[in-house]
Ligand binder design. Structure first.
Ligand code: ZN
Length: 396
């Protein structure tokens, strides 16, 4: 009798511990600390720092029981690939581990994404999922998604067995350094099944938008090309993106752990789907996308007291247009303007090549000129400066 009681007690204790086995902020931080350490010299693809990072990731994955393979693809570059489970069908988790090189800690881009991948795997390995989990830490993303393109051309597990590819990039900081927390979720438009899972788990701080708003800018793109349903999670750009200020002390590990737990739940839901998600060649864009963009513009207007006049003009105009204009183009342009404002190094490019030309086409010469004026502030190249000056003169 007594023994029976004891074992019942032990079973319930074990169950309690299992449900507590959530992703911890501390563990995430340990990985990011190691990967963004100056000794890794920014983990540039092909460098000793990147090689050391690959070894570290392989060790971590082995430790949680994942069977690791190194996939070399030339130039001293390698993807770290592993699988937990024996089922042929699997969910793939992936993040690039290469960074921007010496002087660039590349903490939020993308030591955090790698940490998220490892810790979701650790969390889910105990859940007796009906499918396997495959994790890939991609090398050489920064110079053109080279690791993920190589992997999707030479997958170690057949891509047709993938339920979905779940990709992480640029995690753990506030979008545009705003006071509000935002997690972007892209890719749901290519799968009814994934969209349903995301919808069920959605929270008010999630911005579920179509991938076309940012374009093929991370490792999800090669999977999309191969028609593997995918989701892309990112906290998106900030003022230190691709800069020397992308340091670990600016990463919010408590929020990162919270979101990682939510993503782990989403991955688990996908793993337990009755039918394998299908890739839609005709995307179905999420409802509420336009309203979400409008809200984002409003938050920025409110918080950025120093918002340059060009942006005030554009944002005011976007908000009006979004009410009646349902085109993808308008939403892409509004997103480009947000990204231009978020990261100074993109400002000139986004404003000169997307936003300005849009307003020229729309025959809003005043806003086009303001956009080129703003671009001029961020241009150092003399010939680009001349071009912009010329455009502004023509418009005024
Ligand atoms: Zn990145």
């Amino acid at each position: 009798m007594k023994r029976n009681k004891l074992s019942r007690f032990l079973v319930s204790l074990l169950l309690a511990l299992l449900t507590l086995s959530a992703v911890s902020a501390d563990r995430l931080k340990v990985h990011v600390t190691w990967l963004s350490d100056p000794a890794r010299a920014g983990r540039q693809a092909g460098s000793p720092g990147a090689a050391a990072a690959a070894e570290y990731i392989a060790r971590q994955l082995k430790e949680i029981g994942c069977d690791v393979q190194m996939q070399d693809f030339g130039g001293r570059r390698r993807n770290v690939v592993c699988r937990i489970g024996t089922a042929a069908r699997y969910v793939l988790l992936g993040a690039h581990y290469d960074g921007q090189g010496p002087g660039m800690p590349s903490a939020s881009d993308n030591a955090t994404g790698v940490a998220v991948t490892i810790e979701i795997l650790r969390d889910l390995r105990l859940k007796e999922l009906p499918v396997s989990l495959v994790a890939v830490a991609f090398d050489d993303e920064e110079q053109g998604l080279n690791g993920s393109r190589y992997y999707s051309d030479h997958p170690l597990y057949p891509l047709e067995n993938a339920e979905a590819a779940i990709i992480f990039d640029t995690m753990g900081r506030q979008f545009m350094d705003l006071s509000t927390w935002t997690m972007f979720v892209l890719g749901a438009e290519y799968s009814k099944e994934l969209a349903a899972v995301v919808q069920r788990r959605s929270r008010s701080d999630m911005l579920i938008v179509g991938t076309d708003l940012i374009g093929p800018r991370s490792d999800f793109a090669p999977f999309g090309v191969k028609h593997v349903p995918y989701l892309f999670f990112s906290h998106a750009t900030h003022k230190d993106y691709h800069g020397s200020g992308d340091t670990i002390d600016r990463v919010n590990f408590v929020k990162l752990a919270e979101d990682t737990n939510l993503i782990a739940q989403i991955v688990e839901d996908i793993a337990r789907l009755q039918t394998q998600p299908k890739y839609l060649t005709q995307p179905v864009y999420p409802a509420g996308e336009s309203a979400a963009l409008e809200r984002q513009l409003e938050v920025v207007e409110k918080e950025r007291k120093d918002l340059p006049q060009a942006y005030r003009l554009m944002f005011g105009d976007f908000k009006l247009r979004l009410k009646s204009d349902e085109t993808r183009e308008l939403r892409r342009i509004a997103t480009s303007a947000l990204l231009a404002l978020a990261t100074p190094q993109f400002s000139s490019f986004m404003l000169s090549f997307y936003v300005g030309p849009y307003y020229e086409r729309e025959n809003r010469r005043d806003i086009a000129a303001a956009a080129y004026d703003e671009a001029l502030k961020w241009t150092t190249d003399p010939s680009e400066k001349r071009d912009l000056d010329e455009k502004i003169r023509m418009l005024k």
